[in-house]
Design a protein around this ligand. Structure first.
Ligand code: BG6
Length: 517
């Protein structure tokens, strides 16, 4: 029995390397707007390379890089060829690199120049004939958000979004999807004027992470967890997304964004919904996303008068992270020396439904933290009575399940055990599962699955308009109150610490503390 299970697991691991049976290789063209930006060389092309390595790419495939710079196809190829091995996630295979470089093309387009899209249309028509891509095209908008609307409008104007003869036209939009509820609604309206909702793929790279996808597998493919996955057994949930880096070269963006907008309504809410949603009736895109949306709608918006007591915000001052000095946020490039932008946020949320009523969800995220760590800690209730003599009820440990999302992906369960010896003493032990130990390290950018799914037409891991709006709806009261009442004590945490005192106070008020291990 045990060896059969082992074989099954080994088979699953091998299949995921090679591409499981039934997976499609879709003939198509990928058009990248903003092709000279970092994303193309760091993530998108390495992902295509990895997909090709796993035999998941059709030979009838081409990439068209689009940006404002004047360049020939050959110059674009040369630029990408020069850095391809540097950004490969694994040992670089030049033959595979050539396979991809041979499929690269370039179009110079000023995003707001309608005429230039005619040139792009002509190139796509020619590639469709030469590469036999069946009219299938997906556009990846790796541009600044202010161009999303104009690019969509001009694509439609040039007839490039029409799905003729069973072909597909899809548009991947990178975050941020708006900067608050109003702008998110406006962006959704703008995009939907030009195309149907099913053509829009709003990407959140957190959903490309193996361990984030594994939350669903863990919950819904095991019979033992779901029966206890509710308020009767779970006391509270903690979600931490800690980064050691400061804002690096992104001070300009961060000044307009801040930690709340940058991380909470998108990445962290993905974790919240996957952890708390009801089992979907199937793994169809809309069945899964309907359940996620229900959770986002069930998160009670924090009443304005409670915002300050149920949230904490912080900005890092100078300090030391992992032995290295980090300047204060206010000293970073393109940051105002009197900036009040937050680089840390913590909040207490509640999900108003039958499963989760009265189970607080505490979440926090910050830059310049002591450790890079994304994890979800599920705290279970204590055993109900004292069975062991001399053990006070408050000394009974609580079971705790930790889903380690990154960097050391895994799952651990803490439970009580007898400490060996002649007397009855209780101790706690951890049962640990590590992805790297069991499956070996995964060499991926995190974008492979998302790009593959877009080509295959599976939108499960992409955001629908209603999800984006529901998420902004939850954080909007916090944005409003924080704006009306600017912080007076920034910077309020040293780089290399676990955030401001207010974040600890938030949990201390409920007689709890963060898991800083
Ligand atoms: C991005 C944010 O969306 O996610 C960054 O804009 C953040 O500020 C990053 O650093 C975190 O992603 P990851 O994959 O490193 O956890």
């Amino acid at each position: 029995m045990a060896s059969q299970t082992h074989e099954a697991l080994n088979r699953t691991a091998a299949e995921s390397q090679a591409g499981a049976p039934g997976q499609k290789k879709t003939p198509c063209i990928m058009v990248i707007f903003g092709a000279m930006g970092d994303l193309t060389k760091r993530k998108l092309l390495p992902s295509l390379y990895n997909l090709a390595k796993h035999n998941l790419m059709s030979d009838n495939f081409a990439v068209v890089g689009v940006s404002r710079a004047q360049m020939s196809h050959e110059e674009f190829r040369e630029k990408q060829r020069a850095v391809m091995d540097q950004f490969a996630t694994d040992k670089f295979d030049p033959a595979l690199g050539k396979w991809l470089v041979d499929r690269l093309y370039y179009a110079c387009v000023n995003f707001d120049d309608r005429e230039a899209y005619k040139g792009l249309a002509a190139l796509l028509a020619q590639l469709e004939r030469d590469c036999k891509t069946g009219g299938n095209v997906f556009f990846y908008l790796a541009t600044a958000p202010e161009f999303f609307g104009v690019v969509a409008r001009n694509l439609k104007g040039a007839g490039l979004l029409a799905e003729d003869n069973g072909s597909f036209r899809r548009v991947i939009v990178e975050k941020p999807f708006g900067t608050d509820l109003e702008t998110a609604k406006a962006l959704n309206r703008e995009l939907r004027q030009e195309m149907e909702e099913k053509q829009i793929y709003r990407i959140d790279h957190y959903l490309g992470k193996e361990t984030v996808q594994n939350i669903l597998v863990f919950r819904f493919s095991n019979g033992i967890f779901e029966p206890i996955w509710n308020r009767r057994y779970i006391k509270h949930v903690e979600i931490t997304v800690a980064e050691t880096v400061g804002v690096e070269s992104r001070g300009g963006y961060y000044e307009t964004s801040g930690a709340l907008r940058d991380m909470v309504p998108n990445h962290i809410f993905q974790l919240v919904t996957l952890i708390s949603m009801e089992p979907p009736i199937s793994f169809d895109a809309d069945a899964v996303r309907d359940e996620q949306t229900k959770i986002l709608r069930a998160i009670a918006p924090i009443p304005p008068e409670e915002v300050l007591s149920r949230t904490a915000r912080g900005q890092y001052g100078e300090g030391v992270v992992a032995g290295k000095h980090l300047p204060a946020y206010r000293s970073e490039a393109k940051v105002s020396p009197t900036s009040n932008q937050q680089t840390f946020v913590a909040m207490k949320l509640s999900i108003d439904n039958w499963r989760w009523a009265d189970v607080p969800i505490y979440l926090r995220t910050g830059k310049a933290m002591p450790k890079r760590e994304t994890e979800i800690v599920i705290h279970f209730r204590r055993a109900p009575f004292v069975l062991f003599r001399h053990t006070a009820i408050e000394q009974l440990m609580q079971n705790r399940l930790i889903l380690h999302i990154q960097p050391d992906e895994g799952i651990s369960l803490r439970f009580g055990a007898k400490v060996p010896g002649p007397t009855m003493k209780l101790g706690t032990v951890d049962m640990d599962f590590s992805y790297a130990t069991r499956f070996g390290s995964t060499h991926s950018t995190g974008y492979e699955r998302l790009i593959y799914d877009c080509m295959a037409g599976d939108a499960t891991l992409f955001q629908r308009a209603d999800m984006v709006e529901a998420a902004w709806g939850v954080v909007q009261p916090v944005l409003d109150v924080w704006q009306a009442l600017p912080p007076r004590n920034f910077p309020n945490y040293a780089a290399g610490s676990w955030g401001p005192r207010e974040a600890d106070d938030l949990l201390a008020r409920d007689e709890r503390h963060w898991t800083n291990e």
